[in-house]
Design a protein around this ligand. Structure first.
Ligand code: SAM
Length: 280
């Protein structure tokens, strides 16, 4: 990618939502943010011996938070070099020697088989063109008793064709409307089982909240290197994207799927006597 000072208005107009996020160095979080990271850490009893891979780490939020919380080995990968550069800078600033970032493609990863205890794929798989290939890769690099965590976003209410089309153009991926059951069918294959499954829905922000957020992000020092015309275009694109995704998210939710391999007959024997919590 060009240096920030050399970017033209035309370059910015061609950027996808994810490239713009990389450019403004917005902290792109996994759905649910820190709450999702805490929930996964607690439910999977992760500790400082766990080895975690964060797929589509963007500017590194998930990997850095796991790193601060657990002091275990984490690798964050992304195909966007600008985002990885920011993630590395943040990592140095936090002095987290247990966290590493590298450019790598989810559909063809450079890691050996059975390397990680947890593969965390937030809301990334929807952006990958060959999803089956990515999913095979997630399982390939997981240790035998490892856990795949996927946090896909999906529509709870059917979006209009116009909204869907605007989102397609913004992310520059030809998505179709996906619902929870579509993702469940995709992620939970014959040999896998759901260890935990937690559902959420997004709250809608007010227009004022969005505008304040955009103004704050666009006041960042590194953006002062842009020419006046490039900055004007960035401003228009960024405000447009953030309002669009606020509208889109208001029809959406996400699930934290924690999956593992069905390993043996002993663990899969049918269970008859179930129990329930008794509230006082
Ligand atoms: C919406 S952000 C994900 C943010 C957050 N880390 C999460 O867990 O939801 C998606 C990220 O996936 C990256 N990405 C898209 N295709 C990828 C691929 N094939 N391999 C690795 N990263 C990819 C994008 O560059 C982007 O930074």
């Amino acid at each position: 990618m060009k240096k920030i000072k050399d970017l033209t208005s035309e370059d910015i107009k061609k950027m996808s939502y994810n490239e713009i996020i990389g450019l403004v160095r917005e902290t792109n979080r996994t759905p649910g943010g820190l709450n999702t990271i805490k929930e996964v850490s607690q439910k999977l009893c992760l500790n400082n011996n766990s080895k975690i891979l964060d797929i589509g780490t963007s500017t590194g939020h998930t990997a850095l938070e796991f790193g601060r919380l657990l002091n275990c080995k984490i690798v964050g990968i992304d195909i966007n070099d600008e985002s990885i550069k920011t993630a590395k800078e943040r990592c140095e600033r936090f002095d987290l020697s247990n966290v590493e970032f590298k450019i790598d493609d989810a559909t063809n990863m450079s890691f050996d088989d059975e390397t990680f205890d947890v593969v965390f794929a937030g809301n990334v798989t929807s952006l990958v063109s060959n999803r089956e290939k990515a999913l095979n890769e997630y399982w390939r690099v997981l240790k035998k008793n490892g856990y795949l965590v996927a946090v896909p976003m999906y529509y709870i209410e059917k979006p209009t064709e116009k909204l869907l089309d605007d989102v397609r153009k913004a992310i520059q991926v030809n998505i179709k409307a996906q619902y929870k059951e579509d993702w469940k069918k995709f992620f939970v294959r014959e040999n896998d089982e759901i260890f935990e499954e937690v559902d959420y829905r997004f709250k809608k922000c007010s227009d004022e909240e969005i505008d304040k957020f955009c103004a704050d992000i666009l006041s960042r020092d590194h953006l002062k290197d842009l020419s006046a015309s490039a900055f004007k275009t960035l401003k228009e694109c960024y405000y447009y994207f953030m309002h669009l995704f606020n509208e889109n998210n208001s029809h959406m939710g996400f699930t934290i799927f924690m999956l593992r391999r069905k390993e043996s007959d002993i663990f899969n024997d049918p269970e008859l006597y179930h129990s329930e919590i008794v509230n006082e």
